[in-house]
Design a protein around this ligand. Structure first.
Ligand code: FAD
Length: 292
């Protein structure tokens, strides 16, 4: 396996995000997605973590399984929220013992289907978890970046200052899903002004279900631009047409990001493979469709 930082920097680097499944049906979806998305030969596969520890064991099992299968480099998401420092240390040590080298250090949000306030946890900010991960082992540590500013942040400049400080300790960043190359450019330029040259991998989520995306976008503080919403609305209620336009929009965005020098493309797949595969095929990514 590899440290992800060594795999980035190539415009055709594709990586994917998956969720650990909660039900048998979801497990079957995941297995299908793993096979189908595996054909893209993703540089790495990141596995989400339910803040509050709701997926603690399931995230661990999936990350370790991918590590042992050796087909893709796994990256374990881990969040500060609702955990003590000692719990986080134990989780990191367990990963280390299994040879897992890559972690995405996050503050954490409550799950989408929960209205509950999430307890803060002993560490307040992701930067503290980056520090802990570096202390526990020689992890390659990624962090989250929010191109439109984090939704809790009242001051975008200060938010960028915090991101630059987090990146001083971390190895690279992955953005919240974005819909405009200008947002990516602004973020990268803002970091450059702060003398931060760490790689920032843009996150892309092809729109296949406008209602789900709108809900996620609102929560993530990454609103769907009016121009994108209008194109999707033009598809009416026909799910196949919505998906077709969603794939077109994501393809155009990826083309712009690659032209802009993005060090790869990170797909928020929601454990679905078809749209991501279509976008990659449209981009003519060399890996797709070829035998590994
Ligand atoms: P932080 O970097 O801690 O920032 C949070 C807020 O605190 C910001 O407003 C920031 O400006 C402010 N801040 C930062 N440092 C300081 C400081 N020193 N002093 C004062 N204020 C400060 N959530 C999950 O629950 N599970 C997941 O698996 C998951 N995966 C994600 C993957 C990616 C790629 C991304 C982009 C997000 C993911 N999230 C996940 C969501 C993430 O947990 C939320 O966006 C969360 O609200 C913020 O996380 P962060 O790590 O950016 O927080």
């Amino acid at each position: 396996m590899a440290r992800i930082l060594d795999l980035l920097g190539h415009p055709h680097t594709v990586s994917i995000e998956l969720w650990p499944p909660r039900t048998e049906t979801a497990a079957a979806h995941l297995e299908r997605a793993l096979v189908e998305l595996g054909r893209l030969r993703p540089a790495f596969t990141s596995i989400t973590y339910g803040a509050g520890g709701s997926t603690r064991e399931r995230t661990h099992e999936l990350v370790v399984r991918l590590q042992e299968e050796g087909k893709t480099t796994p990256m374990a998401h881990l969040v500060c929220a609702a955990h003590s420092r000692e719990e986080l240390r134990l989780i990191l040590e367990r990963y280390r013992a299994h040879g897992v080298e890559n972690v995405l250090a996050l503050r954490g949000d409550p799950p989408l289907d929960s209205a509950d306030e999430l307890p803060r946890g002993e560490l307040s900010y992701a930067v503290e978890l980056v520090r802990l991960a570096k202390e526990v082992g020689d992890f390659c540590v990624a962090v989250a970046a929010h191109p439109q500013g984090h939704p809790d942040s009242l001051d975008k400049k200060q938010d960028l200052d915090f991101l630059a400080a987090k990146l001083e300790l971390a190895d690279f960043a992955i953005t919240q899903f974005l819909f405009s190359v200008d947002d990516y450019r602004r973020l990268r330029d803002g970091l450059a002004e702060r003398h931060c040259t760490k790689l920032v991998l843009p996150g892309v989520m092809p729109i296949t279900n406008p209602r789900t995306v709108a809900r996620m976008a609102e929560m993530a503080g990454a609103p769907v631009p009016d121009s994108v919403a209008a194109r999707i609305a033009g598809a009416g209620d026909d799910p196949a047409e919505v998906r077709k336009i969603g794939v077109e929009i994501a393809t155009e965005l990826c083309e712009a990001l690659v032209a802009d020098g993005a060090p790869g493309l990170h797909f928020y797949t929601m454990n679905q493979s078809a749209a991501t595969i279509e976008v990659c095929a449209n981009l003519g990514l060399p890996a797709y469709g070829q035998a590994p």
